[in-house]
Design a protein around this ligand. Structure first.
Ligand code: GDP
Length: 205
C-alpha cells in the first residue's frame, strides 16, 4: 500500500468523541519511549506523531486519517491510524495512569471499527511485565493484536534471534501460539513495507 494522504483529525480523552467509525481503524500503543511516534512517522513518511525526549507526552487518543481525500486514487481504502498514549511511564502519577488505563480500555473494547492493535515492544530489552500484562488483557478481551518489535537496527542477527526466543518463551506462558509480529526500525525503515502490506490485507478483509 502507498500512503497518498495522511492528516491529523482529532485528539481527545473521551472515546465517545472519536470520529464516526466509518472505515477500518488501527491503533498503535506501547510503553512510553518505545519508539511509537518515530515508527508512525516512518510508516506514513510524514511528521504526524509527536516524537519527544519526554516520555508520556501523548496522553490523548489521536486520530489520523490515511488515504482519504483528493490525493488518493479511486479504489484505495481510507483508514484511521490511532496513536494511543504510551503506558507505564513511572513519572506519571498513579491516578493519572489509572485514568489512562480506563480511557484506553474503554476505547479498545468499545471501538467497533478497530481491526487490529499494534503493540510496540522495544526489542533491545527483555520482556517487560507491563507489556505481558497488556497483551494478556487483550487476549482476555479477545481483541486482535500483533507485536511490533522496535529499534531492531540496534541488534545484530544473533541478538535478534535470542531476543525473539526469549519473547517466545515469555508469551508461551500466556498464549498457545505466538502472535503475528514485525521486526522494525524507525531509523532504517525496516519492517515498514511488511506492516503496510499487512494493513492493506486487513483493509481488504
Ligand atoms: P514514543 O514515546 O514511543 O513515541 O517514542 P519516540 O518515537 O519519541 O522515541 C523515543 C526514543 O527512541 C527517541 O530518543 C528516539 O530517537 C528513539 N528511537 C525511536 N525509534 C528508534 C529506532 O528505530 N532506533 C533507535 N535506535 N532509536 C529509536
Amino acid at each position: 500500500m502507498k500512503i497518498h494522504q495522511a492528516e491529523f483529525v482529532i485528539s481527545n480523552s473521551d472515546p465517545a468523541k472519536c470520529p464516526k467509525p466509518d472505515r477500518p481503524e488501527y491503533a498503535f500503543i506501547g510503553r512510553s519511549n518505545v519508539g511509537k511516534s518515530s515508527l508512525i512517522n516512518r510508516l506514513v513518511q510524514r511528521d504526524l506523531a509527536k516524537t519527544s525526549g519526554k516520555p508520556g507526552k501523548t496522553q490523548l487518543i489521536n486520530h489520523f486519517s490515511i488515504n482519504s481525500g483528493k490525493l488518493t486514487p479511486k479504489g484505495e481504502t481510507a483508514w484511521y491510524l490511532v496513536d494511543l498514549p504510551g503506558y507505564g511511564y513511572a513519572k506519571v502519577p498513579k491516578n493519572v495512569r489509572d485514568q489512562f488505563a480506563g480511557m484506553i480500555s474503554t476505547y479498545l473494547t468499545g471501538r467497533e471499527n478497530l481491526r487490529c492493535i499494534f503493540v510496540l515492544i522495544d526489542m533491545r530489552i527483555p520482556p517487560q511485565q507491563i507489556d505481558l500484562d497488556f497483551i494478556t488483557r487483550l487476549g482476555e478481551e479477545r481483541l486482535p493484536f500483533v507485536l511490533v518489535f522496535t529499534k531492531a537496527e540496534k541488534l545484530k542477527s544473533g541478538a535478534r534471534s535470542t531476543a525473539l526466543e526469549i519473547y517466545h518463551a515469555a508469551v508461551a506462558q500466556i498464549f498457545d501460539t505466538f502472535p503475528t509480529y514485525f521486526i522494525t526500525s524507525a531509523t532504517t525503515g525496516e519492517g515498514r513495507d511488511e506492516i503496510l502490506a499487512y494493513l492493506d490485507d486487513m483493509n481488504k478483509a
